[in-house]
Design a protein around this ligand. Structure first.
Ligand SMILES: C[S@@+](CC[C@H](N)C(=O)[O-])C[C@H]1O[C@@H](n2cnc3c(N)ncnc32)[C@H](O)[C@@H]1O
Length: 259
């Protein structure tokens, strides 16, 4: 079969999240359950500000939904480069009368996204390792420049923070109908500051594996101290919030001149 696609305003490069997209939303639910109380508290503390919230790498929209419930009525910009992940995101939004009016989906990555002038918050959850060091630094510069005074970047730094092997481990299970779904994660060092994550997704019917798919992701590691030093270059300061496994950094302007 010969398929022709005509697209405008869309990347035509292969989608790295195509293989993972069917499974990520249910498998990441546990993370969001754990982080929700602290994240909600941080977002609520920004309720007197006026700008929108940008969610970088919004995925299937669990972060967007958390923002909308903490800050009712606030405009949310869901920035998501993967067409497959946007399928899950739009499906989450379209049946919700509130989300479909307050959330705007933007097909862009963090590097090319044209930030609004004064977001009250920028969310970057479970996506930092997709950015190379120079991309990360450029992102901090943009955020330092545009963040509304008093606003915050909420970003987590997934472990490991250095390139070490992560033995294969269960990354969650869920059941739908008569089938069970499993996620498995492992990683191998692939460079001075890099890992390759291997995600494996298995579908089981009556205990028998009926399909298995894997996806590899290059991931840049960085320590929290290195992040703090990078933020300091842009007059950004940080503190940590949340429980250990789902902790995140709350980064804000320290009040000095913006570089
Ligand atoms: C593990 S998922 C996390 C999704 C969501 N933030 C969450 O925590 O539920 C990582 C997401 O980052 C997106 N992503 C990958 N590279 C990106 C980039 N350079 N800029 C923005 N998002 C990116 C992927 O498409 C994917 O949706």
């Amino acid at each position: 079969m010969n398929l022709n696609f005509v697209t405008r305003g869309e990347s035509t490069v292969p989608d790295p999240y195509a293989a993972s997209a069917p499974y990520i939303d249910p498998l990441i639910a546990g993370f969001w359950h754990g982080t929700a109380p602290a994240l909600t508290a941080e977002l609520k503390s920004l309720s007197t500000l006026s700008g929108p919230v940008a969610d970088l790498g919004a995925g299937s929209g669990r972060g967007v939904r958390a923002v909308a419930s903490a800050l009712p009525g606030v405009s949310v910009l869901a920035v998501e480069p993967s067409p497959a992940m946007r399928t899950a995101l739009l499906a989450r939004l379209v049946d919700d009368p509130v989300l479909r009016t307050t959330v705007t989906v933007i097909a862009a990555d963090a590097q090319t996204y044209d930030f609004p002038r004064s977001p009250r918050a920028v969310l970057a959850m479970n996506m930092l390792g997709h950015l190379a060091p120079e991309q990360r630094r450029r992102l901090w510069a943009k955020i330092a420049w545009c963040l509304e005074p008093g606003g915050a970047l909420l970003v987590n730094n997934q472990r490991p923070h250095t390139p070490v092997a992560v033995p294969r481990a269960a990354g969650g299970t869920f059941r739908v109908g008569e089938q069970d779904y499993e996620g498995w994660i492992q990683a191998e060092p692939s460079g001075a500051e890099r890992l390759t994550w291997r995600m494996t997704y298995r579908t089981l019917h009556e205990g028998r594996c009926v399909s298995e798919t894997t996806a590899d992701y290059e991931w840049w590691t960085v320590t929290d101290d290195e992040l703090r030093a990078e933020w300091a270059e842009h007059h950004l300061t940080s503190r940590t919030a949340g429980e250990e496994k789902t902790a995140f950094h709350v980064v804000s302007r320290s009040g000095g001149p913006v570089s």
